[in-house]
Design a protein around this ligand. Structure first.
Ligand code: ZN
Length: 310
């Protein structure tokens, strides 16, 4: 069995303007890192479908989804919020990014791949039920998790978020009462830092660990072992989703934490061991942030290589 690598050229065409840190070169750097590390021959390379309205509506307000479909420009650029814009390719890119998670769920549950990495953009974890935010249009990981629960009849899934920023959108969606028994979200994030949320625990299914700037692998390891793992062991998720942002890397341009590639390898191995115990090894990992192209490429390759060894 192999690791699925799910990506689409549409995700390279979404462009929010000159100088924007969430740029097409990020995804190009991730793809290139897979090639130079010799990983591509080991991976099951797949192109995702576009997520349909009904898929997005499981976690987003229908009026918001409609607004994105209606306001997508055919030329030029429209600004959705201070940080997030759409060009003529952004709607397709956002639907492919969400569609990648749906395809990953299908692949892994059908046993065609043991786990999956979705190399997609725009990223997703800041998008709330009703709004774009922080470079995110649709909440890709939330769309995928809701699909696994609603259409694939899983009872419990975990969402692990190791991006340097708090996944406020994912928390917004799954802290709702109807999801609390079925979704456990664990995260760490730099605090205080954008989006300045996650420190008051909103719901019992949210395990958030705020960490100060300059926190390194030792601090992250302690957070995971002391806070995440006991909750995850009790919850026994049937599938594990990862919001895989690599902007907690010490070379990142936006984040102020101090992780290195070896820390991403340790986290991936730890989560894979958890998945082996409770989830039949099922992991769907989706790219979130990461803004130093070299560090992003190396970290993503280390993460995917570790997934492929499982
Ligand atoms: Zn981030």
């Amino acid at each position: 069995m192999t690791t699925a690598y799910i990506t689409h050229a549409d995700c390279l065409r979404h462009d929010m303007g000159p100088g924007h840190p969430e740029c097409p070169d990020r995804l190009a750097a991730v793809n290139e890192a897979m090639r130079t590390s010799g990983l591509m021959s080991e991976l099951h390379y797949l192109e995702p479908p576009m997520a349909e309205f009904a898929d997005l509506e499981r976690v987003h307000d229908a009026a918001y989804v409609q607004q994105i479909f209606d306001h997508a420009p055919t030329a030029g650029r429209v600004q959705l919020d201070p940080d997030t814009a759409m060009n003529a390719y952004s709607l397709d890119a956002a639907r492919r990014a969400a569609g990648a998670g749906l395809m990953a769920v299908d692949e892994v549950l059908a046993g065609r791949s043991s786990n999956a990495f979705c190399a997609v953009r725009p990223c997703g974890h800041h998008a709330t039920r009703v709004a774009s935010m922080g470079f995110c249009i649709f909440n890709n990981v939330a769309v995928a998790a809701a699909y696994a629960l609603a259409s694939k009849h899983l009872d419990r899934v975990a969402i692990i978020d190791f991006d340097v920023h708090h996944g406020n959108g994912t928390e917004d969606m799954f802290s709702a009462p109807q999801w609390q028994e079925r979704v456990l979200m664990t995260s760490f994030f730099q605090h205080p830092y954008y989006p300045y949320s996650g420190t008051d625990s909103r719901a019992p299914n949210m395990i958030n660990v705020p960490l100060p700037a300059r926190s390194d692998g030792t601090a992250v390891k302690a957070a995971i072992e002391d806070e995440w793992l006991p909750a995850l062991e009790r919850f026994k998720p049937q599938m594990i989703f990862i919001s895989a942002g690599f902007d907690a890397h010490r070379e990142d341009l936006l984040g102020g934490m101090a992780l290195v590639e070896a820390d991403y390898v340790w986290m991936t191995r730890t989560l894979a061991a958890l998945a082996a115990r409770h989830s039949q090894g099922r992991i769907v990992s989706m790219l979130e942030g990461g803004y130093n192209l070299a560090a992003l490429g190396r970290s993503a390759a280390a993460h995917v290589k570790t997934l492929a060894e499982e």
